[in-house]
Design a protein around this ligand. Structure first.
Ligand SMILES: *Cc1c(COP(=O)(O)O)cnc(C)c1O
Length: 435
């Protein structure tokens, strides 16, 4: 498979280079130059397959030309060695729980897959160390750090906004040590993301170091996220509920939603998507007005979606040839403020005994508001509610348990380096560390 940049100003390149580069030199995002549709045989039999079996078939459609089959199988099976159950929530609404991995959030899937794929490329090629830079508003950092922990030849730098991630989130990446370094940036998430983008475009830095991104701008992070759309469909098919399927995706940087759009292009019968935003309503406004106008992010209780300039918007535009009305045929939007999210969590807990985290709640609310009675609704439950314990406890006036893996992180000591949001600070640090 060859990959082109959404800005179309650089040549197509192969998988290894696209994964190691992360972002194209023209600042565009890499896209596969064709999308393989899976055959009828696959879809006819999908409900008899396991999550790993399904994902391996999907992975072959993306990466089969570039990675030996046995290697790819190991990568897929290793990545997906945890539960991802479909849960009936109420009426015609289901939740796909993507939070049973090591850091209790869906980003474990992309984080682990990318770590294993990059580890494979590094082993196969140079001995030069690859430096992964990742900006996080909370969950990406922990998933990527835990995915990469101990991977030879790869060093990870996590950039996160000081004081803007929860203590539980922070502990999950600042306590690991080894090949993981946490940088506490005096700014917001958008500043962290801007720093990472600038680092990739800095010639001097890239002449000296191999730098790559593990944000969903990296195709190895976001493409594997298409696996679980197929898995959800397979489970709904077992129940005879797969027709008229509407998938609601809590969205921030739109990697997750974009992966779903790829699944649809590969023939997965998803009727339409809902992009569920918190108060960061940039995509919602785009759908209403056809104007995309990034703005500073605002802080919400669904903080992993506090994104003012969603990076995968470029991929969505590319998939739909920048045609607004075509986008609107497949995706509708929704936006919820903190009050609405809190009420959503509370009401569902009281009337159906299902506990959601604030991100999943946006997905659920969008279905509750927009799903037709003859449709089946699925929302992605993107994080374990206990990751947002303070928020949930306050909303429900209870004291929810912290799962064991999180308790273990909480006991360890935080180690981070504070830096300013000036690019110079990051650049000097990276150069010094590499010496
Ligand atoms: C990252 C994240 C999101 C948003 O996902 P995108 O792919 O960036 O749109 C939603 N919920 C949680 C819990 C997250 O960590």
């Amino acid at each position: 498979m060859r990959y082109y940049s959404t800005n179309k100003e650089v040549k197509e390149i192969g998988l290894q280079e696209a994964v190691i580069k992360g972002l194209a030199a023209d600042k565009g995002l890499f896209m596969p130059n064709h999308i393989n549709v899976l055959d009828d045989k696959f879809y006819d039999n999908i409900h008899n397959m396991s999550f790993q079996e399904i994902s391996f078939e999907v992975a072959k459609a993306f990466f089969g030309d570039d990675i030996p089959e046995g290697e790819l199988k190991t990568i897929v099976y290793d990545t997906l060695s945890f539960d991802t159950p479909l849960v009936h929530v109420k009426d015609n609404i289901y939740s796909l729980e993507l939070f049973h991995g090591p850091t209790l959030a869906f980003k474990d899937v992309g984080g682990r897959f990318m770590a294993r794929l990059l580890g494979y490329f590094v082993r196969k090629s140079s001995n030069k160390r690859v430096n992964v830079l990742v900006a996080t508003s909370g969950d990406t950092g922990s998933a990527v750090a835990n995915g990469f922990l101990g991977v030879d030849g790869v060093h990870v730098y996590i950039l996160y906004p000081k004081g803007k991630v929860s203590e539980i989130q922070e502990k999950q990446f600042t306590t690991l040590g080894e090949n993981i370094t946490s940088l506490e940036v005096d700014g917001c998430f958008d500043d962290c993301q801007a720093l990472v983008k600038q680092a990739f475009l800095d010639k001097e830095l890239n002449d000296q170091l191999f730098l790559t991104s593990a944000n969903s701008i990296n195709l190895a992070r976001f493409l594997p996220q298409s696996f679980y759309y197929f898995w959800a469909y397979a489970q709904l098919k077992r129940l005879g509920k797969e027709n008229e399927l509407v998938v609601s995706v809590p969205s921030g940087n739109f990697g997750n939603l974009t992966a779903g759009l790829f699944a649809k292009r590969m023939g997965l019968p998803i009727k339409r998507f809902i992009a569920a935003n918190n108060s960061n309503d940039i995509f919602y406004n785009y759908l209403q007005s056809s104007i995309f106008s990034p703005k500073a992010s605002v802080s919400t209780i669904a903080n992993a979606m506090d994104v003012g300039n969603p990076s995968n918007f470029a991929r969505i535009m590319d998939l739909y040839n920048h045609n607004h009305s075509e986008v609107c045929k497949d995706i509708s939007g929704a936006t919820y403020n903190d009050r609405q999210i809190a009420d959503g969590v509370k009401n569902l807990w009281l009337d159906s005994n299902y506990l959601m985290d604030p991100h999943g709640a946006c997905g659920y609310l969008a279905l509750k508001d927009m799903l037709q009675p003859y449709e089946t609704g699925l929302f992605l439950e993107t994080a374990h509610p206990a990751k947002f314990k303070d928020t949930i406890d306050k909303i429900l006036n209870i004291n929810i348990d912290i799962p064991l893996p999180l308790q273990q992180f909480m006991k360890k000591e935080k180690i981070s380096i504070e830096i300013s949001k000036e690019f110079k600070a990051l650049k000097n640090l990276l150069i010094k560390e590499a010496e």
